[in-house]
Design a protein around this ligand. Structure first.
Ligand SMILES: Nc1ncnc2c1ncn2[C@@H]1O[C@H](COP(=O)(O)OP(=O)(O)OP(=O)(O)O)[C@@H](O)[C@H]1O
Length: 287
């Protein structure tokens, strides 16, 4: 996906701590396993994925890698039902969150988006809102009431988890738009965490950032993986090798939909790939 999604980040993650959430900030969410089974996807008549299956283990970081246009972002957006926002989009297959069908017609869309948050390529805080208001935006959007102390606790805990607290704790009322790009992205991560997702999807979250900010976000991701399963799309092979536990290599041969060529433990994928196409890709020989 080469465009950021300014309008859908909050509707994609609109959930909030439950009623009476006095320990909302203190109690951590539990990471969930996500499993895609036989995912096939289309935009109109254009089929972009063909029977893609992948298990993304709880509490681990799974990196989706592969050349441009092979369907990584589409796959990611299918995981939290954002694909269906595109009018021409269709899909087949199943997505299971800890064994429960994310697309079950009896389940509410909001629950899927609550459990499976998303961070986009381009940092997209609400620029005029304060840092504090940005973190709490999910609560505001859904009209959930919480006491000042609960909100304070939530703001601090999410900013700490996002690796931003030390840099902003003395200016929580300053506008989010005044932060650097890397800080804005960490603010977006904190905002996603405020609704306590069990899985966090990240679509090239560092591609607009400098190397220093990138490393800070990578450290943040590794810390977060203890409490939220992470699935990241990245074009940066070093990043995939540094942060992920598992990798899935997507490829779409000329004129055919994307498939997963190989997936598994990241070290093995980089050091002993089974498929020569994976070897060529991870060693920079194409893509
Ligand atoms: N909203 C859309 N409408 C129509 N076609 C789309 C849409 N989004 C993506 N596609 C097409 O689906 C295919 C897969 O795109 P996708 O963005 O998922 O690939 P990707 O692997 O994430 O690419 P990149 O690495 O460049 O972001 C491409 O052919 C793309 O043109």
């Amino acid at each position: 996906m080469t465009v950021s999604d300014q309008t859908t980040v909050l509707p994609a993650t609109p959930a909030v701590p439950g009623p009476g959430a006095t320990s909302a900030a203190a109690s951590g969410p539990t990471p969930a396993e996500l499993e895609a089974r036989g995912i096939t996807a289309w935009f109109g008549q254009h089929q972009v994925l063909d029977r893609v299956s992948l298990r993304m283990p709880a509490g681990q970081i799974t990196a989706l890698i592969g050349p441009s246009g092979c369907g990584k972002s589409t796959f990611l957006r299918i995981l939290n039902r954002m694909h269906e926002l595109v009018p021409s989009a269709r899909l087949g297959g199943e997505v299971l969150l800890d064994g429960e069908d994310v697309y079950d017609p009896d389940k509410r869309l909001i629950d899927a988006r609550r459990a499976i948050g998303m961070v986009f390529q381009k940092p997209n805080p609400f620029p005029a809102m304060s840092i504090r208001e940005n973190v709490l935006a999910g609560l505001k959007l859904t009209g959930t009431k919480a006491s000042r102390s609960v909100k304070d606790e939530l703001v601090e805990s999410c900013l700490r988890k996002g690796g931003l607290w030390a840099e902003v704790k003395d200016r929580l009322d300053a506008p989010g738009g005044g932060l650097s790009g890397g800080q804005q992205q960490r603010l977006c991560i904190a905002r996603s965490l405020a609704i306590k997702p069990r899985v966090l999807l990240m679509d090239e979250p560092c591609s607009a950032l400098d190397p220093t900010s990138t490393r800070v976000i990578e450290e943040t991701m590794k810390e977060l993986a203890r409490e939220v399963t992470i699935v990241i799309v990245t074009h940066n092979m070093q990043q995939a090798a540094r942060v992920s536990d598992q990798c899935a290599f997507f490829l779409a041969a000329q004129g055919t939909p994307g498939v997963i060529v190989e997936h598994g433990d990241t070290d093995a994928m980089f050091q002993r790939p089974r498929d020569p196409r994976t070897s060529d890709y991870v060693h920079g020989r194409f893509g």
